[in-house]
Design a protein around this ligand. Structure first.
Ligand code: ADP
Length: 397
C-alpha cells in the first residue's frame, strides 16, 4: 500500500510518497512559491533531485505537477496515479471539532470550513490543498490528521484557561497544543528504544525547531503541553514570543498605537529569538554570534534554555517523575549547546548528560546522550511527522 502525505502551506505544498509495507519514502518534494513569481517544484526520488521551474498559479496546478513527477518515466516512482492507495493531509488546528483523524468527506470538509479561523495562517491552506487533491484524485480515499490530535488526552484541569467557563463552552477557548504527531512519534520510538511499553514510562518530549513545544507523556498519553490555543504560547521560539503577560501586550499596543492584530503579528513574527537577539531567528546564527561575543544572541539562547528547563521541571512535577527526556526537530536534533543548557544543573531530577556524546554530530539515528550515572535517559530521536500521518491514514481505512 502506498500513501501520499500532503502538507499544504499558503504558498507551498510538501509531499512524501510512502510505501507502507516497508515504511520507506519512495519520493518526496516541495512546491514552492505557489501563486507568486518564481514558483518551482523540487522532487527527490531514487537518490536524484529534480527541479522544475514553472508557473504554479494555484494549488490545483501544484498537485497536478506533483502527480506528474511521481508518475514520470524518468524521475517517477509509480506507473500511474492508481497506485496511490490513499492520501493523508496534515492539518494544524482541529478545535474540539475533530479529536482524532477523520476521512475526507463533504461533511468533514464543511466542518473544516467552520473552524478555519482557529488557525488563520494554516487551516485555509490545508483546505485548499485537500480540495486540489480531491479534484485530481476523486476516487482516492483521504484522511485529515491533526497536529492537535495527540493532545486530546490532557485532563480538563490542564487544558482549561482560567476564564469564564461559559466562554470556554461557547467559543472552545482552551489549550490545544501542536506538533502532536511529532510528540507521539518520538515518545513511541523512545519506548521501543528502551525496550519498554509506553504505559511504563513518563517522558518529556522536547520538539525544538523554528517553532518549539514541550510535552509531558505519561503512560503513552499526553497529559500537558506547552503550546496553547495557538502555537504562540509556551517557550520563546524563532520569531514567536512564547508565554507573555497579556497586560504587557496591551501596554505595548497602547504605547505603539498598534491594533490587536498588529500586536499578534508582532508577537508571532518579530519576537522570540529574533526580537531579543536582533541577529536572527535561526539557532545556528545565534549560536555562532553568541560564541563571537554577541551579548543579545547569548541572552536569547540563555532565555530559551532556561524556559525549556522550567517546562521540563514542571512536567516532571506534573507526572511525579520523569524516566526519559527526548530531544527532536531541527534544534533538538542538531544543537548541542541548547541541549546542554537545558540539561545542566538538573541533578536534583537525576538528569546528567555525557558531554562527548552530546557533541557528536547528528547521524540521523537515535542517540543516547545520558551520562553514566543519569537516572533519566536523555535521547535524541529524529522526528518523522509524515510517517505518523501515513500510518494514521492507513488506520482510518
Ligand atoms: P520548523 O519548525 O520550521 O520545522 P526545524 O525543525 O527545521 O523548523 O528547525 C529549524 C531550526 O533548526 C533552525 O533554527 C536551525 O538553526 C536548526 N537546524 C536545522 N538543521 C540544522 C543543522 N543541520 N544543524 C544545526 N542546526 C540546524
Amino acid at each position: 500500500m502506498k500513501v501520499l502525505v500532503i502538507n499544504s502551506g499558503s504558498s507551498s505544498l510538501k509531499y512524501q510518497l510512502i510505501d507502507m509495507e516497508t515504511e520507506n519514502v519512495l519520493a518526496k518534494g516541495n512546491c514552492e512559491r505557489i501563486g507568486i513569481d518564481g514558483s518551482r517544484l523540487i522532487h527527490k526520488a531514487n537518490g536524484k533531485e529534480t527541479i522544475v521551474e514553472t508557473p504554479m498559479p494555484d494549488h490545483n496546478v501544484a498537485v497536478a505537477l506533483v502527480l506528474k513527477a511521481l508518475t514520470d518515466k524518468d524521475v517517477g516512482v509509480i506507473s500511474s496515479m492508481e497506485e496511490i492507495d490513499a492520501v493523508g493531509h496534515r492539518v494544524v488546528a482541529s478545535g474540539e471539532a475533530f479529536k482524532k483523524p477523520v476521512l475526507v468527506t463533504d461533511e468533514t470538509m464543511a466542518l473544516m470550513e467552520e473552524i478555519k479561523d482557529l488557525a488563520p495562517l494554516h487551516n485555509p491552506a490545508s483546505i485548499i490543498g485537500v480540495n486540489a487533491c480531491r479534484v485530481a484524485m476523486p476516487n482516492t480515499p483521504m484522511g485529515l490528521v491533526f497536529d492537535t490530535g495527540f493532545h486530546f488526552t490532557m485532563p480538563e484541569y490542564a487544558y482549561m484557561y482560567a476564564i469564564d467557563y461559559e466562554h470556554y463552552e461557547k467559543y472552545k477557548i482552551r489549550r490545544y497544543g501542536a506538533h502532536g504527531t511529532s510528540h507521539k512519534f518520538v515518545s513511541q520510538e523512545a519506548a521501543k528504544y528502551l525496550n519498554k511499553k509506553p504505559e511504563e514510562l513518563k517522558i518529556v518530549t522536547c520538539h525544538l525547531g523554528n517553532g518549539s513545544s514541550i510535552t509531558a507523556v505519561d503512560g503513552g498519553k499526553c497529559v500537558d503541553t506547552s503550546m496553547g490555543f495557538t502555537p504562540l504560547a509556551g517557550v520563546p521560539m524563532g520569531t514567536r514570543s512564547g508565554d507573555i503577560d497579556f497586560a504587557a501586550a496591551e501596554y505595548l499596543a497602547k504605547k505603539e498605537g498598534m491594533s490587536i492584530s498588529e500586536v499578534l503579528n508582532y508577537l508571532n513574527k518579530k519576537s522570540g529569538m529574533l526580537g531579543v537577539s536582533g541577529v536572527s531567528s535561526d539557532f545556528r546564527d545565534l549560536t555562532s554570534a553568541s560564541e563571537q561575543g554577541d551579548k543579545r544572541a547569548k541572552l536569547a539562547l540563555d532565555m530559551f534554555g532556561y524556559c525549556c528547563k522550567k517546562y521540563v521541571g514542571a512536567y516532571a512535577a506534573a507526572m511525579n517523575g520523569v524516566d526519559c527526556i527526548v530531544f527532536t526537530a531541527g534544534v533538538g536534533e542538531n544543537n548541542n549547546f541548547v541541549r546542554k543548557s537545558i540539561c545542566e544543573n538538573m541533578e536534583y531530577l537525576g538528569v546528567e548528560i555525557d558531554e562527548e556524546k552530546n557533541e557528536e554530530k547528528n547521524n540521523g539515528e537515535i542517540r543516547d546522550i545520558s551520562g553514566k550515572n543519569s537516572k533519566v535517559k536523555v535521547l535524541i530521536i529524529p522526528t518523522n511527522e509524515e510517517l505518523v500521518i501515513a500510518r494514521e491514514t492507513v488506520e482510518l481505512l
